[in-house]
Design a protein around this ligand. Structure first.
Ligand code: DUT
Ligand code: MG
Length: 155
């Protein structure tokens, strides 16, 4: 896996550094610095105790963890959250409990989300009178079919 150096400051000295659980993982796990109970359908912004300085041309994306999503309904409201290269504040995560019945109980130090660092580019938007043709054209939102589930669901 290629790597890039990212400067990091621990705002909460006892939190672990973000870490990749397995060598090929795309996301480094982030922890919550606070205990929190999120009721069904509610959200909570939690701190991760870290601030970073991404190099220019990179951004960080805060994604949910699939295990917690599947098991207890925990996700990130604005998934993926965008961490700009110029941002020096604490990385925070806006969590949501999608479960309809059970609260999610989080304890300080729990790994609640994962940070994916990616190269990004700025678009130079150039307005034109007509866009070039393409195979897809303006077809979207189901234009390629494969929605048998709709017939089963809508009757
Ligand atoms: O999950 C997230 C998303 C964002 N941020 C921080 C880093 C990011 O650089 C900054 C701004 O994020 P964004 O642009 O998504 O929010 P905004 O509502 O547009 O705020 P702003 O007006 O500050 O850009 O907030 C986080 O800590 N966690
Ligand atoms: Mg913004």
């Amino acid at each position: 896996m290629p790597s890039v150096e990212v400067l990091l400051s621990r705002l909460d000295p006892s939190v672990p550094l973000p870490s990749y659980a397995r060598p090929g993982d795309a996301g480094a796990d982030l922890v919550t610095t606070t205990d929190v109970v999120i009721e069904p359908g509610e959200r909570a912004v939690v701190g991760t105790g870290i601030a970073i300085a991404l190099p220019e041309g990179y951004a960080g994306f805060v994604h949910p963890r699939s295990g917690l999503a599947a098991r207890v309904g925990l996700s990130v409201v604005n998934t993926p959250g965008t961490i700009d290269a110029g941002y020096r504040g604490e990385i925070k995560v806006c969590l949501v409990n999608h479960d309809l019945r059970e609260p999610v109980r989080l304890a300080r130090g729990d790994r609640i989300a994962q940070l994916v660092v990616q190269k990004v580019e700025h678009a130079v938007f150039r307005e034109v009178d007509q866009l070039p043709d393409s195979a897809r054209g303006a077809g979207g939102y189901g234009s390629t079919g494969g929605h048998e589930v709709l017939a089963r669901t809508e009757g």
